[in-house]
Design a protein around this ligand. Structure first.
Ligand SMILES: Nc1nc2c(ncn2[C@@H]2O[C@H](COP(=O)(O)OP(=O)(O)O)[C@@H](O)[C@H]2O)c(=O)[nH]1
Ligand SMILES: [Mg+2]
Length: 425
């Protein structure tokens, strides 16, 4: 195929890869044949530790399609698979991107149909679906994977009934996007299932589906794991429930270990009630900290202890400050003890939220997080580095032609805070 060099390509195919050395050559060959006649480019966003970059370098020489590669070093792998897709979208030169796996489970021959559907039906998203007539999920390895896939689909649609209405395969990794319909910088990708994130983040999307047969992995091993499942559930919760509400929920749930510990130490172990209540409070603080790390701010795994110590301090200070307020309400204003307790607790939760948010979890804390657990600072990889990282880039294709939404940040790390999607539905 002879790609046209005039103007931007019609479609950029984004392939996130992690250890796919044996698959990139057959993938590029099939894409080359399938996309004959289309102006296009392929962008690999590679997080591999094997020889995948070298394999792409070799394979691209006999490929008629311009191929670009962004290889991310371990400390740059923000957001895992989802983060890689977002990087690809930022780099793309076309108005449409197709995202597909690098292991040939997604048939390259279906890419033209995705594009044709988007153009004919003026769609913002075209989802390759395994669950419509003509589609098949047989390539999913084992009954367990099939159950997880269909279960996650159902749960997602239950959580976002309006946004996901009519989408039969929310878990699909094979889809097309009209780039202008999305603000990639507002996303907080977290591992797999980036399509869910995209679908719930933008309003009024025109979504269409086409069937495809999910094939078997060509070579190598799947990167999916239980951890990815946990990250998915966590992300679903975060997309649905705004952060302050998550914080409040964790705080309320902390009452349980607090009361249980206090009761046990006082009644079962016979400790003085003040000692028991103090220990109970410390247990609740640990509970809250773990909850905040996992479900509220998603702190990086490294050195959580460094965040725990100030967390412990803030929570105990809160206890000390609440008592004078309680005295003021009860003795000064004559309010009942129960009501006063409730008021002081509510004031404390709000104050604690702001203090913890602005100090322990302020954006700077996440700047260098390699796992990209919802980094509020988006570390965009400059195009210059892209070119330098990869000798794979012919000069003519090393820079995108034009696309405002995916313009590279040109060597600058963009520190704008990321916008979460609180209560997006
Ligand atoms: N860039 C990047 N690609 C990834 C990552 N994890 C998986 N992939 C790629 O995403 C695609 C789907 O992953 P795969 O392991 O096949 O998952 P499965 O299809 O659910 O079993 C493949 O092309 C992988 O190489 C990652 O952390 N970063
Ligand atoms: Mg796969």
């Amino acid at each position: 195929m002879t790609p046209s060099t005039a103007g931007p390509p019609a479609v950029s195919v984004i392939v996130p890869t992690r250890n796919e050395a044996l698959n990139v050559d057959p993938l590029l060959r099939r894409l080359d044949a399938a996309l004959a006649g289309l102006t296009c480019e392929v962008i690999f966003v590679d997080d591999s530790d094997d020889e995948t970059p070298a394999a792409i370098e070799v394979a691209r020489r006999s490929c008629g399609i311009p191929v670009r590669v962004l290889h991310r070093a371990p400390q740059e792998r923000h957001g895992g698979l989802g983060g890689a897709v977002c990087e690809g979208i930022r780099m793309c030169a076309a108005a449409y991107v197709v995202v597909m796996d690098g292991d040939l489970q997604h048939p390259p021959e279906t890419v033209p149909e995705l594009l044709a559907t988007a153009r004919e039906q003026r769609a913002d998203v075209v989802v390759g679906s395994r669950y419509v007539d003509g589609g098949s999920a047989n390539g999913l390895a084992g009954k367990g994977r099939r159950l997880i896939s269909s279960g996650s689909n159902r749960v997602s649609r239950l959580v976002f009934p309006r946004r996901l209405r009519g989408v039969s395969d929310v878990m699909s990794g094979f889809f097309l996007l009209r780039v202008q319909a999305f603000d990639v910088d507002a996303l907080r990708p977290d591992g797999y299932k980036i399509l869910l994130e995209l679908l719930v983040s933008a309003r009024k999307l025109r979504v269409r589906e086409i069937a495809y047969e999910f094939g078997e992995r060509q070579a190598g091993a799947s990167n999916a794991s239980l951890t990815q499942g946990v990250r998915f559930l966590r992300r679903l919760f975060a997309l649905r429930v705004p952060r302050p509400a998550r914080f409040a929920l964790i705080g309320i749930s902390g009452l349980l270990p607090n009361l249980a510990t206090t009761w046990l130490l006082h009644h079962a172990a016979g400790l003085n009630y003040l000692v028991a209540a103090t220990v109970g409070t410390q247990v609740a603080i640990v509970w809250n900290f773990v909850g905040c790390e996992l479900l509220v701010w998603h702190g990086p795994e490294r050195v959580p202890l460094r965040r725990f110590l100030p967390f412990l301090l803030i929570n105990n200070a809160d206890l000390v400050l609440r008592l004078p307020l309680l005295t003021l309400l009860v003795d000064g204003w004559g309010l009942g003890v129960g009501l006063s307790m409730l008021i002081t607790l509510a004031v404390a939760v709000v104050a604690r939220y702001f203090v913890v948010d602005r100090t322990i979890y302020r954006p700077r804390s996440f700047d260098a997080d390699p796992r990209g657990e919802s980094p509020p600072a988006q570390a965009s990889v400059p195009m210059a580095r892209t070119a330098a990282t990869s000798s794979l880039l012919p000069a003519s294709v090393s820079a995108p032609v034009s696309a405002p939404v995916c313009a590279p940040t040109g060597g600058v790390v963009d520190l704008r805070p990321q916008i979460e999607n609180p209560g997006v539905e």
